[in-house]
Design a protein around this ligand. Structure first.
Ligand code: AMP
Ligand code: MG
Length: 495
């Protein structure tokens, strides 16, 4: 097996780290200081040069640490103080103590632009939070996170980034022995709803206050002077997370495990396990093999977000008011705004997909009618919107589809009234991707790369997904799903 597509990087060095590890100033209950567990023989597999540059990291120079050594955790860059975070969470509705069972935050790097990001190794070995797990990850699953997280970024959606993937030189036993991998994840932070659930359950009010202050300082300093900062935080996280889920609905993304430990305080998308993109439009679509009840189906994501935010509110109560009944009332008032806020943001986003710069009365029904028609006719979500942009009539069957023609006339008149068609087209181009990570391509790319060491498709796919809104000269398979592929397609947590 040849796992050296980034051979030229094997002997490179990296410098430019600028660590300032503020999280370690929180009480000790929130983390465990622990170095990553060394791996046998690390090899560079993928490296994100654009991101490294953005972060002010320099590669190729004669100074600094060896690339594979740093990104495997075998050697620590200057200023790193590795730790694993403690957190809890509701997984499929059930509270559990979790924590970084296979991740190590090397520290917080400050970029030249003054951006503070966590540099985390995922798959870095056992920690006190590993429970029964081995602390490791398969190369394939880390390549999956790399590909999807970067695709999400280039789609214009806030999410964690991926800086590097290495092959550990070790096998990881899963259903069979897999090549092991470690991903370097870059995140605004790893604070999540689950961090607050952990705080209320296992620490004191005083420590919860420290966590709250830290969070506000790090992500929402403007809230520090709010009359009730915890309440303001609840509202701000609600807004950010609604924006995120609306983005997902816009591009057809199904996260797959929207547990509260995977809902960030920053509003970034995180953890790309069993996630997948929708092909045929159907809100009940679920690809994850473990989501048998459809809790995290495409169309259920807003509802689950509301549920997760209620858990967040519950964990913030003592910080909102010492009188819990009063605190509950205030939190409920914030959460009551969820539905109308979500509706407004969703309508605006879906309106833009149809070229509507403003939403008028009647637009909501027009949007819904198009969705219903897509569902009834099993239309591809991405391609249907793109065809509209090209003003191509979409007819699902040979015979003329009356229902669609009528809808199309209605839409066509609408985009020509009160705005110009050019403005409609410009608007549509920005929000309707031509390319998404199609499941059939992702699977093939990962099998080729993660099992055979062949990165041809992986690289081609990644390159295409860097410009998802532009038509490119690529194979038809990039937009066309093989007949019947979706019916049996399933994703696995694939750790
Ligand atoms: P995730 O589904 O990736 O959000 O992970 C949920 C929890 O399981 C987190 O606490 C992880 O650290 C933990 N976990 C996942 N895989 C492993 C593993 N191989 N070893 C130890 N802990 C793991
Ligand atoms: Mg997680």
């Amino acid at each position: 097996m040849d796992f050296f597509p980034a051979k030229e990087l094997q002997n490179s060095r990296i410098s430019g780290w600028n660590f300032d590890n503020s999280y370690l100033r929180l009480p000790k209950e929130f983390y465990t200081r622990l170095d990553p567990v060394n791996v046998k023989e690390p090899h560079m597999v993928v490296f994100n040069r654009e991101l490294a540059e953005e972060l002010g990291l320099e590669v190729d120079g004669a100074v600094g640490e060896s690339l594979p050594a740093v990104f495997s955790g075998n050697s620590l860059p200057k200023g790193a103080q590795p730790f694993s975070q403690a957190y809890a969470g509701h997984q499929f509705g059930h509270f559990t103590m979790l924590g970084d069972g296979r991740a190590s935050v090397l520290g917080e790097h400050l970029s030249p632009q003054g951006q503070r990001v966590d540099i985390q190794l995922k798959g870095s070995g056992r920690t006190p939070y590993s429970r029964g797990g081995d602390g490791r990850a398969t190369l394939k699953s880390m390549l999956r996170e790399y590909l999807i997280s970067e695709a999400i970024h280039y789609l214009g959606i806030p999410g964690t980034r991926s800086l590097a993937v290495i092959f550990t030189g070790e096998g990881v036993p899963r259903e069979r022995l897999h090549p092991g991998g470690i991903l370097t994840r870059v995140a605004a932070s790893h604070l999540r709803i689950g961090t607050f659930e952990y705080a209320i359950k296992f620490t004191s009010l005083k420590k919860m206050r420290l966590l709250l202050d830290y969070t506000i300082q790090r992500h929402y300093p403007q809230l520090a002077d709010a009359p009730i900062p915890a309440l303001a935080l609840l509202q701000e996280v609600m807004i950010r997370q609604i924006d995120l889920v609306v983005h997902w609905l816009r591009v057809g993304f199904i996260h797959g495990v929207m547990n509260t430990d995977n809902t960030t305080i920053s509003g970034e998308a995180i953890d790309y396990g069993p996630c997948a993109f929708l092909n045929v439009y159907d809100p009940s679509t679920v690809y994850s093999s473990i989501d048998t009840a459809g809790r995290y189906s495409f169309g259920n994501q807003p509802k689950i977000l509301h549920w997760n935010l209620s858990v967040f509110a519950g964990a913030l109560l003592p910080l909102i008011d010492a009188n819990l009944e009063k605190a509950k009332g205030m939190a409920a008032e914030v959460l009551e705004r969820f539905n109308s806020l979500y509706r407004e943001k969703w309508l605006a986003a879906m309106g833009q997909k149809l070229g509507l710069i403003e939403i008028n009365s009647g637009d909501e029904a027009m949007i819904q009618d198009f969705l219903d028609w897509m569902k009834a006719n099993k239309m591809d979500y991405t391609n249907a919107f793109h065809s509209l942009l090209l003003e191509e009539k979409i007819t699902p069957t040979e015979e003329n589809d009356q229902q669609f023609s009528q809808w199309y006339e209605r839409w066509y008149q609408r985009i020509n009234s009160g705005q110009t068609r050019q403005r409609a087209a410009d608007c549509m181009k920005k929000v309707n991707p031509v390319y998404i990570p199609r499941n059939h391509l992702v699977e093939k790319a990962l099998d080729d790369a993660g099992l055979k060491g062949d990165f041809t498709l992986f690289n081609e796919l990644m390159n295409t997904l860097k410009r998802p809104y532009e038509i490119q000269n690529v194979d038809e398979t990039f937009i066309k799903v093989p007949e019947g592929f979706d019916r049996s397609y399933q994703t696995f947590c694939g750790t």
